[in-house]
Design a protein around this ligand. Structure first.
Ligand code: MN
Ligand code: MN
Length: 258
């Protein structure tokens, strides 16, 4: 059976507000393998034997993320990354670009992360999708769950042709269909804080667990990679956000091995 690589990227130095996401990867794994649930996704896939776990990487140099990801991609398998803050998505996508020159990205988040620069840092967790789009690493960027657009980010979205499905007008019956190979980037703060308290930025008015699961299950194009980012264990209650991240990991992995 073809396996999916899991890599944990322990970095939160590019978080603007609170640290903590560097602690996330081992806790998501612990939730995944805990006795509280089984290892089946809802579509009946046993993901137990589909994971090639490369372990966790404590990142001292941001640019090492690209190197680590490229080395793992060279094995020929797809990668699901556990973050880490959202800054990690840019070097991950950069590493994918050679192998997958034309991709679409489905980005699920409360924030569009399109700042040209944030607090003087072009690689802040508020900027990864500006970096991705200015480098033409994605043909199409679709964002779902957004509820924090400001003027600058709305202008950036226009400049880079980003398709934004804001919470205020979200219609899950008309989800976008993708033509190109798809990368999924899931920021845990896309969920309403009631479902996922373990994030740095509590932004009310978000998606339910069920809604995000439905969005993932509705995807019918090839998923070539994914990340689950911004889980902050310092803010969690009873590990409930870790369990939600583990659940999403199962749902996304079942799509990736198809
Ligand atoms: Mn984000
Ligand atoms: Mn966010």
């Amino acid at each position: 059976m073809i396996k999916t690589i899991v890599q944990g990227i322990q970095l939160d130095e590019k978080s603007s507000y609170q640290k903590g996401p560097a602690l996330a990867p081992p806790l998501i794994r612990e939730a995944l393998y805990s006795g509280a649930s089984n290892l089946y996704s809802e579509n009946g896939t046993d993901i137990k034997n589909t994971i090639d776990d490369k372990g966790d990487f404590i990142i001292k140099n941001y640019f090492d993320i690209e190197t680590i990801t490229r080395e793992h991609l060279e094995s020929g398998n797809k990668i699901l990354t556990l973050g880490g803050d959202h800054s990690i998505t840019f070097p991950i996508i950069k590493a994918h670009h050679k192998k997958y020159p034309v991709i679409d990205i489905l980005h699920i988040d409360a924030h569009s992360d399109l700042y040209d620069s944030y607090e003087g840092d072009k690689y802040s967790h508020a900027c990864p999708f500006a970096r991705i789009m200015e480098n033409n690493f994605a043909e199409r960027l679709v964002q779902i769950g957004i509820r924090t657009l400001n003027t600058h980010q709305a202008e950036q979205a226009k400049k880079y042709n980003v398709e934004i499905h804001e919470m205020k007008t979200l219609d899950l019956k008309h989800l976008p269909k993708f033509k190109n190979p798809l990368y999924i980037s899931l920021d845990m703060d896309a969920f309403d804080p009631a479902f996922a308290p373990g994030v740095s930025h509590h932004e009310p008015g978000g998606l339910s667990s069920r809604q995000v699961i439905d969005i993932i299950q509705a995807i019918d194009s090839e998923v070539i990679g994914a990340d689950i980012v911004e889980y902050n264990p310092n803010r969690d209650f009873q590990n409930m956000t870790a369990y939600l991240a583990a659940k999403m990991m199962k749902e996304i992995l079942s799509k990736m091995i198809k």
